[in-house]
Write a protein that binds this ligand. Structure first.
Ligand code: SIN
Length: 313
């Protein structure tokens, strides 16, 4: 006798996931097409080792301090495909770190995070027994800016042997995995992004008001189109997005909560374990990230530069 298929047994196996017995089993087949497209690329200058089907690759065979044009062009291509690239054994000076990032665009100074002494465009995340890591919430860097970041380059200075990984979620895959109904509903919706949600608490009322004048809340499309790949991306994040314009508060909060959960789906993620002198380059337009804060009281020191992007459309 022929075995019953899942659909004979009442299961719905859609691109979005398998629904069976009242349980939702997560996304399934739709990543395949993108993976095949990405894997069909060939590289002459780089060794490319994917960490997950559509997001994250470790890159070997290059020295970021001394990068020729051909290798840089391949890095640009891999960056667009894999959305986050990792490089090991790159003992960069601060000048080399910023010079590599500047090849992608101008760098910003972050108004709320601590800068490295003498380098306004280098953020220093220094954690130890006294300072616990608080970057453990999914986000895209500076989405509260009118022109949020194109990408970030993070360098490890001191890392714990175990723990302190950074996780990345492919928000292009997350968009692709939404139901057609939800995609249609979101198509013309915009959301407000506001720095006060994450940084407002550390400012006194006067400083907060001044900063709000400088950086007023901004509206970005919930689904943005990547300016270089043309792919659609789910562009809301739990720490900077405050509400959806035009929806009642409760409806907006409930919809945002479900959209934020898309970054939690393991099939959309990769995870990187840092060693000293590792470097990550990620596309803030296409991924969100989460720094696991599981290493206290050990030290973890990282330096980040943030490349200015364009206005989401
Ligand atoms: C960040 O949120 O940019 C910091 C990421 C990390 O420390 O891994």
């Amino acid at each position: 006798m022929k075995a019953q298929s899942l659909s004979d047994r009442g299961a719905v196996d859609s691109a979005r996931g398998l629904q069976a017995g009242g349980i939702h089993f997560g996304p399934r087949r739709f990543l395949r097409e993108d993976e095949e497209r990405i894997r069909s690329r060939s590289y002459r200058e780089l060794e490319v080792r994917p960490l997950a089907p559509t997001v994250g690759a470790e890159i070997g065979g290059v020295d970021l301090a001394d990068l020729d044009e051909a290798s840089f062009r391949e890095i640009q291509r891999a960056f667009l495909d894999y959305k986050v690239l990792f490089f090991r054994n790159q003992p960069l000076t601060t000048a080399e770190h910023t010079a590599f990032a500047r090849r992608f665009g101008d760098l910003e100074e972050h108004p709320f995070l601590p800068a490295k002494d003498g380098h306004g465009d280098v953020i220093r995340f220094a954690k130890d027994e006294e300072t616990v890591g608080v970057e453990n919430n999914w986000h895209s860097d500076v989405s509260w800016r009118e022109r949020p970041s194109l990408g970030s380059v993070l360098r490890s200075v001191e890392v714990p042997e175990v723990g302190g990984d950074t996780l990345f979620a492919d928000m292009t895959a997350a968009y692709d995995g939404l139901s057609d109904e939800l995609k249609t509903f979101l198509a013309d919706k915009v959301a407000v992004h506001d720095f006060t949600q994450a940084f407002g608490w550390q400012l006194d009322p006067e400083a907060r008001a001044a900063r709000q004048k400088e950086f007023p809340p901004v509206e970005h499309p919930i689904v943005r189109t990547h300016p270089e790949t043309g792919r659609k991306i789910l562009y809301v994040n739990v720490i900077f997005t405050s509400h959806i314009v035009g929806l009642p508060a409760e409806e907006s909060a409930a919809l945002l909560a479900s959209l934020y959960r898309e970054a939690h789906v393991p099939e959309y993620q990769c995870r990187f374990h840092w060693e000293k002198d590792s470097v990550a380059l990620w596309d803030n337009r296409a991924v969100q990230h989460y720094a696991a804060s599981d290493y206290w009281p050990k030290a973890r020191v990282m330096e980040r530069v943030t490349i200015i992007g364009d206005r989401p459309a």
